[in-house]
Design a protein around this ligand. Sequence first.
Ligand SMILES: Cc1cc2nc3c(=O)[nH]c(=O)nc-3n(C[C@H](O)[C@H](O)[C@H](O)COP(=O)(O)O)c2cc1C
Length: 352
Amino acid sequence: MTPPDDVAALFRPFDLTPRLRLPNRIVLAPCTRNRAEHDLSPTPGAIDHYADRAAAGLLITEAVLISHGIQGYVDTPGIFTDAHQAAWAKVATAVHERGGRIFMQLWHPGRMAHSHFHGVPPRAPSAVFDPGPRRQTRVSLEHEPPVPLSEGEISGILCDYEQAAQRAIAAGFDGVEIHGANGYLPEQFWRMHTNRRTDGWGGTPERRARFCLALCSRVAAAIGPDRVGLRLSPMAYFSEMKYMPGDNLALDVILSRLSGVGLAYVHTGIIDDKPEAVLGGTCTQYLRARWPGVLVTNGALTPEKGAALVAAGEAELAAFGKLFLANADLVARLSQGMPLEPYSRAVLDRFT
Ligand SMILES: Cc1cc2nc3c(=O)[nH]c(=O)nc-3n(C[C@H](O)[C@H](O)[C@H](O)COP(=O)(O)O)c2cc1C
């Protein structure tokens, strides 16, 4: 069946990398499910959740914790033990059996970790936090002051990311997406609000960019750059993150140096990709102007808008979060011009 004209651009195949051909331009945006076993293995429900969406060009998992002691939200899975790896392998196998492709999003929440879960205070570039309640599924928490990371701890975290990426590949994933968006650790390093350091990891745009660049290079060297994507938020919009003039000098350093690393893609991380005065356009336009490689757009896209952006060359791929959560058969519905179920928070309660 020929897809309707207004979404046809989403149905053009795309060679993401020499070893990964996508049958369409539709991406499942990473969406936390808040479902995990006591040991932080993904629940069996994750298998069907992802396999049911395998018709996408590319699936990106929910954010997955790279190490012990960094959890900040209820029931978020990890990829740092043999049990986690074995459970995720079942997800990758099921997706592949249904003809799909899947990347795992690798996550360190930094200052958004919480001692409630593991008894130690969060670690972050600097001791910056905003006292007060934090939005949280199924538990009430206050923000906590983070402990500034030592040089040794930073090296250890880079190592944790590398091992997590290797585990994802060993579990059968096609690649990993580094979660550098939404105010989590890599963004905490490059933004001035959360990075007040005066050592080699802060103080200048180059030094604020250093963690994200070191991280991308390290993971790319471990599993191959074409198996690595990076999500970035040019707007400060989540995790109590604040924009400060000068922030984006560091982001621009990251984007200009990244072209030498050869990543598979960069992915916009924003809830609603509307024009922002401080960026001079949308987040996707900001990234497109500075990143010569494959770009995944996202942020309150309708399928028609996503298709228009792809058709206009403003992005190669379009990611859908809430719509794909509400419609596991999103790809079939779009290709057949069928109506979509609207998203509501009730969709999240159906996860197992
Ligand atoms: C329930 C839910 C969970 C999310 N979890 C993540 C996540 O784990 N990692 C991430 O990078 N973004 C996460 N996001 C953000 C989405 O990936 C996406 O950027 C956002 O929802 C806007 O796109 P949409 O309008 O297509 O949903 C989440 C969004 C929702 C609604």
